[in-house]
Design a binder for this molecule. Sequence first.
Ligand SMILES: [Zn+2]
Ligand SMILES: [Zn+2]
Length: 243
Amino acid sequence: MQETLKPSYVGKLFPPYSDEVTPLRPTSAGAKAGKIFYAVLGCALIGGIVWFIGLMFDWKWVRYAGIALGVWVLIDTIRNMLKSQCAACPYCRRDVGSKSLLQLSVDDKNKQFACEGCFEWLISDGGQIRAFRETDIGNTKEFDCPVIANGVWPNECIVCGAPTTRHLNAKTLNVGLASLLVGRLSVSYGSVKNIPYCDVHEAAVTVKTVDRKIWADFKDYAARRRYLHANRIHRMEAAKQIS
Ligand SMILES: [Zn+2]
Ligand SMILES: [Zn+2]
């Protein structure tokens, strides 16, 4: 049913998928130390909150439970982090998995994540990293992507690829328009607010904030990739003009 509703794409942008599959390897000792540092902080926070509640109400067993919880979570997390793995991004070769928040493991089963360098979606499966393809979409309906500061949009309708006839503002979710127009976020918002559409399409992109960064929510994986592709070309051309 939904397949028939999805408009067919008539534009010219077909960003290639990377065919490369890169193997996971253990992260460096330094990366592990960084991850464990954050794990200690997180566990101290969780255990500390429970301990503090026990202190406030003078419930001795809650205080002990807080300490026990913190230690238990810590041991479990450290065991995971010692096994942490990393690999080269199949698109941009940048190291993925060494940063503290992204935890890759040889036990991953089709785990989806995004490269922090090129933002392309990747899959970690059975010790290997590969590109996330149309066949991996399944029931996923939202494809979010960090908004690229000073970025551009493809010069065509973001939905169907037809020539642009109008530019419409993105819908904003969980974020006041006022906070987008001033301050640090305004640079990113300025480059995302005028979204190209044909006469038929609209409202295909929503803007939201996560961790005080602006993200664009696409309804279509291919549209997300065209957005990244247009920005890659834009950066390459800007670099050519400088040199
Ligand atoms: Zn990458
Ligand atoms: Zn269109």
